[in-house]
Write a protein that binds this ligand. Structure first.
Ligand SMILES: [Zn+2]
Length: 282
């Protein structure tokens, strides 16, 4: 049965580097953000992003995975297009584990859950969460750069709402989930490699030194990671947010997201202890 690992979480939470890291495993291949790729191919208006090459280094047309598939994704329903992606994967990478970094709950609901319920795939989720203060600081800075109006406090509550929504969705649909803290992952990827291997029932074949050669076909994702070989070659933590005054100044106004942030980090650590104990017992 096809094993699918779905990366859930919010944009700008470090999902691209996690996806690349997973794709260093000899049994895993990432197709990137499949939903985004399908939607972009069907759109009538295109953005410059739609001409980016694939993270495998080839142009979209020359990518061994997406190249022959893209023209076929323009017709039929979204589900039809998605089924073509899965069929192509099984034909092209038989026996491999399918990694999707779409992140949104929509593609889980639309594509993966129906297949999992019919017993056609073994679905597992890796839910990545970035520290609320780092996330809100980074998103505020980025939106301002684009000329969009936003506020740190608004983003803090958006983090809270979106994180709660993902947690509830994964739980309600009983999807086996491993939570990943972006901060913990970037500070100790070796430990995470062992935890991921345990969670996904595979040998620990993840290798940070193989990041630039990871088998990943990401058409979108973080452009820094895709196009800067230096940044893609190792896992580093972006700590710019610690110099931002907003997380401190707006602390009193963001108590609910801060409490959730703190509780979540504890839950993530406890889950890891459980996985490790399980490994010891098994
Ligand atoms: Zn590719």
């Amino acid at each position: 049965m096809l094993k699918v690992v779905y990366i859930a979480g919010m944009s700008r939470s470090g999902s691209t580097i996690l996806e690349m890291f997973m794709a260093t495993h000899p049994q895993m291949v990432s197709v990137g953000e499949s939903l985004h790729s399908i939607m972009a191919e069907r759109a009538t208006q295109h953005t410059p992003e739609d001409n980016w090459p694939c993270s495998c280094g080839h142009s979209r047309q020359e990518c061994e995975f997406w190249g022959p598939l893209l023209p076929q994704l323009r017709d039929g329903s979204l589900t039809d297009a998605f089924e073509l992606v899965v069929a192509r994967f099984q034909e092209f990478y038989p026996g491999m584990i399918f990694v999707d970094s779409s992140k949104e709950l929509r593609s889980l609901e639309l594509f993966y859950l129906p297949l999992a319920r019919r017993g056609l795939i073994d679905l597992r989720a890796v839910h990545i969460v970035r520290d609320m203060r780092a996330w809100a600081s980074s998103v505020t800075a980025r939106r301002r750069k684009w000329g969009e109006k936003t506020h740190y406090v608004v983003e803090a509550y958006r983090w809270l709402w979106s994180t709660l929504q993902a947690l509830r969705f994964l739980k309600r649909n009983r999807i086996p989930t491993m939570m990943v803290s972006h901060e913990d992952f970037t500070s100790d990827s070796e430990r995470y490699a062992a935890l991921l291997a345990r969670f996904l029932d595979v040998d620990n074949g993840f290798a940070e030194e193989k990041l630039t050669r990871a088998r990943a076909h990401e058409l979108y994702g973080s452009p820094h990671l895709k196009f800067d070989p230096q940044r893609r070659s190792r896992i580093v933590y972006d700590s710019t947010w610690v110099h931002d005054w907003r997380p401190f100044a707006y602390g009193p106004l963001t108590i609910p997201p801060l409490v959730m942030n703190y509780r979540l980090q504890n839950v993530i650590r406890r889950n890891h202890v459980d996985i490790e104990r399980g490994a010891a017992a098994g």
